[in-house]
Ligand binder design. Structure first.
Ligand code: ADP
Length: 504
């Protein structure tokens, strides 16, 4: 016989003997018995514990440990608990086995949920016992309960939400559309399987470019994914929606999951379109009305002039003054109509471009080059803004012309700059200012001056305006989503601050 074969056979025979021997070795069995984290015990037919391992013993205070072996320990437990586990013992004796999940308050004060198996066996003398193995599943049960609660909460939030919810898991390839999203998209097929490709394909062709750009910016630059786009319903009709989402990334920066919401904004869009149409109609109406209103005013002016020429010689000074006044009022009314018309000019975000504020301010102050005793300074390095350049020019022009007009100083000093420490809520992006050393404005008028035709000074005192300039400024700034406000005291000059909220 080959030597190596003999060597292989011998250990195999020995291993099986060793196994048998070890299983009969009390020290081995006791070691295993006491090392197990499960609670292991044996009970006799009187339901008294005859064996308990260290894991089980440790659940009793030391002072009680000599009253476990040989006892049922039932008196140490709540009546109901004791009745329940003794009942399981009896079932195991009767049927050979019993399995139960029970919550037990141990005398050590610990409450545990146990998965317990009890099995009947007989010793060499034929006496029946039950062996019990109880596994502590407290943590598993509480984790499952927490998971169930969180799933229930998520389900409630999804079902109760007024927005549709979508969820895409890149790792599993699974996607989810909430019931509301399905109904928004007109999906009736119960076997419909949502997917990222389905969602992308629903985006309107005209919104695709923007949608893809926003998605790429979110996934690669982590910019917010928040946009309005049209999504196709199963019927083929499109629905205006507001889509938001948030991705999750792994440590290598790859998106692993993305979830978000879809809000049906078609009602708002319809209202916006109706408003846009009515604005356009109003603009047309304003043009026609202003033309019709200016016509008779022009005629009044002409008649006044003719009257003055006809009565040149015979006109009393008082009558001449009255005629002058009629002419003046007529001109002022013509100007008010022109201003009203200008205020209806639509400031459209499609006209927005990058506007260099230094260049713009320099171009505007050129128009005031002839103003007497006036110095206008522009700070260096003013920010560039994303705005309607015509609007920016009108804002600067109005503020600078006011700063010169409402100013009694011997040397009028006007400064155009950028404020870097402005604490005003809702303001973002660069804040600019036009500061003067003029007559100032009492705080109680700081808001009123932005109202149409609101004037604080009579015509004779300062220049003859209509009180529309600051209302234009306010309107232009509001269209940009910005803010304009004044800081001033009577006699201490004024600073008009403004921002376009569109930093770039
Ligand atoms: P207008 O100059 O045609 O009267 P505005 O709307 O530009 O109309 O200004 C409204 C009023 O606010 C002015 O009549 C004036 O009383 C006051 N005001 C505007 N700017 C200044 C300023 N820089 N300093 C003092 N008062 C001002």
């Amino acid at each position: 016989m080959d030597d190596s074969v003999a060597k292989q056979d011998r250990p195999r025979a020995n291993a099986s003997d060793m196994h048998r021997n070890l299983m009969k070795t009390p020290a081995f069995i006791e070691t295993i018995f006491n090392c197990l984290p499960d609670l292991v015990f044996a009970k006799d037919s009187e339901l008294r514990i005859v064996m308990a391992n260290d894991a089980l013993m440790s659940l009793y205070p030391e002072s009680m440990q000599d009253r476990i072996i040989g006892y049922t320990t039932a008196e140490e437990y709540d009546e109901e608990e004791a009745r329940s586990f003794l009942e399981q013992d009896r079932i195991a004796f009767r049927d050979g086995a019993a399995t139960t999940i029970e919550s037990v308050d141990f005398p050590s004060g610990e409450r545990k949920t146990l998965f317990t198996q009890k099995i009947r066996f007989e010793d060499q003398n034929g006496e029946a016992f039950i062996a019990g193995v109880a596994r502590d599943i407290t943590e598993i049960v509480s984790n499952q309960a927490a998971l169930k609660e969180s799933e229930e909460r998520y389900g409630l939030a999804v079902n109760g939400s007024s927005v549709g919810i979508w969820d895409w898991d890149q790792r599993t390839g699974d996607s989810f559309y909430s019931a509301l999203l399905r109904s928004m998209l007109g999906i009736v097929d119960p076997d419909f399987i949502p997917s990222l490709a389905d969602f992308n394909a629903r985006v309107h062709a005209d919104d695709q470019k923007h949608f893809r750009a926003r998605l790429a910016a979110h996934l690669h630059k982590r910019e917010p994914f928040d946009l309005e786009c049209r999504l196709k319903r199963d019927s083929g009709a499109y629905l205006w929606t507001h889509v938001r989402g948030q991705a999750e990334w792994d440590e290598t920066g790859n998106a692993t999951r993305m979830a978000g919401s879809v809000d049906d904004i078609s009602d708002r869009k319809r209202a916006e379109e109706a408003l846009q149409r009515s604005h356009e109609q109003l603009d047309q109406y304003a043009h026609i009305a202003s033309h019709d209103l200016k016509e008779p005013l022009r005629a009044i002016c002409n008649h006044v002039q003719l009257l003055r020429e006809d009565l040149e010689e015979s006109l009393e000074p008082e009558a001449r003054q009255r005629l002058n006044r009629v002419e003046e009022l007529t001109r002022s009314m013509t100007q008010m109509i022109t201003d009203m018309l200008q205020s209806s000019r639509d400031i459209n975000s499609e006209h927005y471009e990058l506007v260099d504020m230094n260049a713009e301010a320099a171009a505007v102050i050129e128009m005031f080059a002839d103003s007497a005793n006036t110095t206008i300074e522009i700070a260096k390095n003013l920010a560039t803004v994303h705005a309607d350049p015509v609007g920016v020019r009108q804002v600067l022009h109005n503020l600078i012309s006011n700063a010169i007009a409402y100013n009694d100083s011997d040397l009028k000093y006007i400064e155009i700059g950028q404020a870097h420490d402005v604490a005003r809520t809702g303001v973002s992006g660069p804040v600019f200012f036009v500061r003067d050393n003029g007559i100032g404005i009492a705080p109680r008028f700081h808001q009123a001056i932005f109202r149409m035709f609101k004037r604080l000074n009579t015509k004779d005192q300062y220049r003859s305006g209509t009180g529309a300039g600051l209302a234009f400024v306010h309107k232009i700034i509001s269209h940009h989503g910005g803010d304009v406000w004044v800081e001033s005291e009577m006699g201490h000059g004024s600073t008009f601050y403004f921002c376009f909220n569109t930093a770039s």
